[in-house]
Design a protein. Structure first.
Ligand SMILES: [Zn+2]
Length: 134
């Protein structure tokens, strides 16, 4: 299984922390600088996207504060293979499901697949932050 490389930073003071991205929030240690338990994940993969397209679709129920499903489809640069891949990511809050699949556009083969309960998914950060506002 390939892992997407991510940098873990303190969500409060932005100090870079030597912490794995896949540990449970309960197992985190407070930031040595400010003591915060908040984390920000920086996925280096996304930094290289300059001209390829990506589409994000969000489903929201009337009156609901949060989106219950978020879907991302498009091109994503898979650094380990040094090539562009097709990304399909579905975050489904209603069913507590996180699904991420990278496929090789040339062969149609699955390169990376990550399917897990959303509540267990702490690796990329995109599932959480940001979504509280709108
Ligand atoms: Zn801090």
């Amino acid at each position: 299984m390939e892992e997407v490389k991510a940098v873990v930073k303190c969500g409060n003071c932005q100090t870079v922390l030597k912490e794995r991205t896949d540990i449970a929030p309960a197992d985190r240690n407070p930031c040595p600088n400010c003591g915060s338990m908040a984390r920000a994940f920086e996925v280096s993969l996304h930094a290289s996207i300059t001209f390829k397209g990506k589409l994000t679709a969000k489903g929201k129920r009337a009156g609901a504060k949060k989106h219950f499903v978020i879907q991302v489809m498009g091109d994503d640069f898979f650094r380990k293979m040094k090539k562009w891949t097709k990304l399909s990511r579905v975050i489904d809050r209603e069913h507590d499901s996180y699904r991420e699949i990278f496929t090789d556009p040339d062969t149609g083969q699955t390169i990376h697949k990550c399917v897990e309960p959303l509540s267990q998914h702490t690796g990329h950060g995109s599932a959480k932050a940001k979504e509280n506002k709108s």
